[in-house]
Ligand binder design. Sequence first.
Ligand code: NDP
Length: 445
Amino acid sequence: MSQYLDSVMETVIKRNAGEPEFHQAVKEVLETIAPVLDKHPEYVKAKIIDRIVEPERQIIFRVPWVDDKGEVQVNRGFRVQFNSAIGPYKGGIRLHPSVYLGIIKFLGFEQIFKNALTTTPIGGGKGGSDFDPKGKSDNEVMSFCQSFMTELFRHIGADTDVPAGDIGTGAREIGYMFGQYKRLSNVFTGVLTGKGLQWGGSLARKQATGYGLVYYTTRMLQDANTDWNGKNVVISGSGNVAIYANEKATSLGAKVIAMSDSNGYIVDEAGINLDIIKDLKEVRRARIKEYANIVPTAQYVEGCRGIWGVKCDVALPCATQNEINGDEATLLVNNGCKFVAEGANMPSTPDAIATFQGSGIAFGPAKAANAGGVATSALEMSQNSMRLSWSFDEVDEKLHGIMNKVYDQCTAAAEAYSEKGNLAAGANIAGFLKVAECMMAQGVV
Ligand code: NDP
């Protein structure tokens, strides 16, 4: 079987040259599903693997807009509609200068399995642009978002493809994109998630990825006969996922002592004051450095990667891909870290994952651990279809139930395929099995 999977991987590399993040994401999945193919030769015959690594559709488009000085700017937009076997394509829109096709494809590929694990009926997709919202005025962001949606609107729809936020795309950007979609289509519909509460958004969507990550990690702690009480936690990033992971972990008794942005990190041994972080990041759009000017117990260090040298019990990478390499993973392990759960997508390099797994610490993979965001987006879609709004507690309770089910699927699949305790293998296998079954039922499409 490994020969067959090697040949699929070779084709992926040849066909998608210059896209190392996409290769990395595919390899990580293929490396764990050989035992599934041994049990299900019909998947090999139907070329499920060959099909699953090839996006159903990839859209690349020009995004021209005019800045505040009256100058024309040109960005590139992407939407990769990867797999619709179990529902409409679903996945966020990333706005960051590092975005190119390979990043969107890696994210879209991961999304297929993650969405399957949520137990909700959504397929995998992802989009974005190399536009950088940082330092832009509201007017410039609106100009970009309207131009982006002017092309994207013809490819998406409430039953076709439902984008959401991701790095650089928050409530403001979703609002501008939704407004333009509505204007062009003349339809008020749930075509995006992460919407404002007064116009179709769901309570608890903002908190969902971070809270969900903590619910998942709670199960990892429980399996090790412990809980959050008194645990020192390091969280990278200070965006949507990081902030709400901090909020939930703190409420359960943990102490978050370090957070970061792309410039550097802060350490506050007294426990980070989240109200200040929220004000800096959600209201003022400021740099994390300013926290140390406000809080005397805090220290700011330039350079974001040094955060993995801060001694902790639990590490929650919540910033971006490949933010922990093998050496940084070794540093975490040597400093006594016992739990790592991924809030960001693919934050650990393959070397880092091997280090975590080899040292016996508990490792929660992104596909499963950060599935709470998209799961709650699916709950937003349900509320939109029914034209009603659930209370915060109702949504949070459903999210909690889903994260428990995600965890149970990971452990059960790992055990069934002789990988007991390996949550990464379990997540890949459980997600893959569901999508493969649906693809088999729908024929060669
Ligand atoms: P935000 O834009 O809200 O925050 C991102 C944070 O990560 C910021 O602090 C940012 O710092 C930092 N960051 C971004 N890029 C880099 C980089 N190249 N190097 C170092 N730091 C960086 O994004 P989200 O919180 O929404 O997303 C964070 C991660 O979680 C991403 O991997 C995303 O794909 C994943 N995710 C998000 C979900 C969601 O619901 N939002 C759902 C599931 C996964 P700075 O401000 O300096 O750029």
